[in-house]
Write a protein that binds this ligand. Sequence first.
Ligand SMILES: *Cc1c(COP(=O)(O)O)cnc(C)c1O
Length: 643
Amino acid sequence: MPTPHDHTLDACFLGPYGENDTLLEKLLVEFQRDHVYWRRNFHPEDPPVIATAAAHHPDYLAFEARTRRELHLLSAALKKSVPFHSPRYIGHMASDLLLPGLAAHMLTLPYNPNNVCEDAAPVTVELEVKVGLQLARMLGYPSDPAKPECAFGHLTSGGTLANYQALRLALAMKAFPVALRAARVPELQLPDDDWQAFNLRQTEVIALLEAWQHWLAAQSADVAMDWRSRVEAERIEQRGLSAFFAAHPRLQTPLVMAPITAHYSWSKGLKLLGLGRDQLRLLPTQGMRLDADALQSALDQCAKARQPVLMCVAVLGSTEYGTVDPIHDVLAARRQARTWGLDFSVHVDAAWGGYLATLFRNADGSLRTHKEVAAEFTHFPSREVHAAFANLGDTDSVTVDPHKLGYLPYGTGAFICRDHRAMALLSEQADYVFNGKAPADYMTRYRSLGQYIPEGSKPGAAAAAAYVAHQVMPLDHAQFGRLTGATIRAAEAFHVAAQRFASQMAGCAHVIVPFEPDSNLVCLALNPCGNAQVAEANTFVQRLYDTLRCDPTRPLQMKEFFGSMTSLQPERLGPAETARILAAVGLDTATLADSQAEGRLLILRHTLMNPYLIDTHNGISYIDRYFEFLGGQIRALTRADAA
Ligand SMILES: *Cc1c(COP(=O)(O)O)cnc(C)c1O
């Protein structure tokens, strides 16, 4: 079935050939002039400070010449950049930039807003808070700021920092009730012991926080100030981990559970927070999707050992395989754990797959049924994938990377939590929470963004870009979903082509797709026929990858296609899956132990996020061309080895 041409996608990007150059140029010139008028109209009575004749001075001309020279050198050097925009690029999680986002970013740069606070960014801080609401709505979180339980989201430098923010918030929420108990705040309904206080549900923590705020508000200023500092003195953020846990000997340092597919930012996060990597429990998967039974039994053990759990991470679109964890099963495991007195936050690392939620959302914000979504694709979404997305609204927080599937410039990650009231616990200056004043309205409160975010100064241009992109392409299936839908269709076409390719390669190389793709990443395991040694298969895949990797020593045009590579490790895969995949490509599992094999099987990885992989206008499939290229390389390599 030929894919019909989608004209809305024509204006989305600068384009592989720079097709929309006039559009971008027009916008840039128009808004650069607009910016200059803004400067001139600030105080038109002030005369130009730089003399009109200054441009003729030799020093000016020399400066200009140096600037030009350096810019030419830079521009020339940048020609070695990775051509992310090209449909020949199917390597890492990068593609062309959404034109509205790019234009908004460039338009905003000369105003240089700093989204640390409203004083430095009167316009773009508000846009950032609105981006948080746009993303919250896409995920199924409450997104009406008039409602007390509205979600809150902010931008970060990337998914790494967003994941770190999730850890900070989860720890603050977990430890706050313990501090209230330790401070012996009167008249509040506090849990009976530290263990219970450390295992309250997030809704209960928020209720307690609100009760505490109301109680404070009813006290005289002096009394409120005194109680405020008593509680502050007991908080984990004040005492530090070691003093806090020393003061509460019945509480062990909490664990973070995550599937073995989790991104390495989780390891960084645990180090940064001082919890230590020992507290990161990596759980086994089934087909690279978190094994819910393993989670259940790990939680069971924790409950029995009175070992607290801070958070369970579910990955929505794993970085290496694009697989989607069963979020519904993680939530069910938490319901079960609660009956054992164990509670923790559920965070979804959707740095990669977050924007795929657009496919599941109607314009009115309601959820689409499995049948409705499936009607647009061949296999997507599996029942499990649909259930995962349908249950996002019941999780506590989510990481999404607008600089990945949001097609926005780097430096744009996002953290979103389901109930904004929790954010009070992250506030650097506790005054608004504890000064007894009624909290200001939602927008007013978050204009002091710097109070809540892990970073300080940060680009308002990134917020402007995300806001404008989401306004032009609202985050539902009929709008932004056209783009994410195209990536899924490309992945489905790639999967079909890979199977065809596998039969074409019969007798030359074994080729399989090791995991049914859940989203838009597809891997290929390959092994030349006649070889059973993992080490040799790895050398073969490494040589294929050498033709697909970025090589700054050679002209870019020598490169036909760009791909990426990852590896499968038995300790991650489990014995059954390892045996299945190795057998399917004719490898002997025992040879994984050979020293040269390094205990892993190298595989090719493909990110199918470029919207122009299937060029319906010219009737070209870059996917088919890629497989023709790969086939040629494989034949050449196997012939060379045979000779
Ligand atoms: C990319 C990614 C991250 C890290 O995000 P950065 O933006 O690179 O910091 C975290 N988790 C997952 C699942 C990712 O794919």
